[in-house]
Design a protein around this ligand. Sequence first.
Ligand SMILES: Nc1ncnc2c1ncn2[C@@H]1O[C@H](COP(=O)(O)OP(=O)(O)O)[C@@H](O)[C@H]1O
Ligand SMILES: [Mg+2]
Length: 443
Amino acid sequence: MKQKINIRLSLIALVAILITTIGITFVYYSMFQRQVRDDLKQNARLLVETDVFQKAYTEGKENADSLEHLSSGNLRITWIDEDGTVLFDNDTDITGLSNHIDRPEIQEAFETGEGDSIRRSDTMNMNTFYYALLLENGTVLRVSTQARTITNVLITALPVIIGIVVVTLIGCVLIGHLLTRQLMKPLELMAENLDDVGTPAYKELEPFADKIRSQHENILAAAKSRQDFTANVSHELKTPITAISGYAELIENNMVDEENQVHVAQQIRHNADRLLSIVNDTIQLSELDHFEIKRSFETVDLFAVAKECVNDLKPQADKKQIIIKCSGTSAGINADRALIREMIDNLLQNAIRYNKEKGKVEVEVSIKNSHPELTVEDTGIGIPADQLDRVFERFYRVDKSRSRETGGTGLGLAIVKHIVELHSGEIKITSTIGEGTRVLVRF
Ligand SMILES: Nc1ncnc2c1ncn2[C@@H]1O[C@H](COP(=O)(O)OP(=O)(O)O)[C@@H](O)[C@H]1O
Ligand SMILES: [Mg+2]
């Protein structure tokens, strides 16, 4: 970035210098041209007034040679007759000179009284400026001088221009260096303290800082939740493994008599099942976390799936003499069938698990405002109001031992929430302690 700013700054300076130089040269040169022309004009008028010229003028063209006495400096003086013949020239022998009638300044002088023109000289990079003045007797007095061309002016100025360019470029690099250092300092400071960006030095950087801050917080939160999850999983796995290991040790030491054998085997199986449930739910959750996994979305009838789930869980409900009912209408949703099954199954399991003996579970499917809805209502123990939000957290359980006894893992509602979100739905849970719980899922 620093290098970029330096290069750009130098480029801008370079272009500015070039444009200014060329512009100034043009303006200066046109002023210079005008000056040369004005000088020539004045010289011509002064010449006419001189005694020497007046003498030659009155004595006749034949005596033009007397003009030799005119001191001229680098001014070339030419006197031309009405027919274009050169009567006198202080620079060249007139016998070798051609008729001047076709010269533009002479023609112009004959027509309008005065004329001027500029012609390229034989000398390199020089121009000859001419001024012709028509005199009263019909002859023309022409004065001319050589002056530098614009390229000549530019070439002469080149060392100065190069000098200015070099000095400016050095200045630009220095200023650019200082400027970028000043500019970059807050950015570098920010990069050093990413987790505590504070209020940045530049207002423009605030959204950037906010974004970094929130991303940083998200990353930390995600890392923390992963850590917590791993710790929780390990902890949850430990209990059944310890139990299995304990029972195995009893058998190993011949401490289980015949009548207890079945009980011990049941305990081992129960704990192994528990392990399996935890592992299965963990896998399910981690799969749901991966959004890139391809899911087979199709039109699924929510009501049909709900009925299947109710039928599957009837034996479980019967054990607690719970009446489980399913009512409503067909409602098609675009969904992953297996996931929807998993979701309803989890909700029904909870409704049975946290119900009272001889309780009731009602499942209803309906369409409200063209949104398919599923409600699962039970007459169970209910959830305390202050814990309603937390039940969706991984491993969160209101009553740990009750959940464990009944085979819960604490991951069910977390899985349900994930599935609902994956289908762009929303889930609401309402509950009254001792009366029951109602879960509403809207697609
Ligand atoms: N229908 C319900 N009635 C009462 N409590 C419930 C109900 N559903 C869930 N809960 C509470 O929310 C907790 C989390 O539920 P969940 O994530 O399914 O885990 P699990 O059922 O495996 O314990 C449960 O342990 C229970 O305390
Ligand atoms: Mg559950």
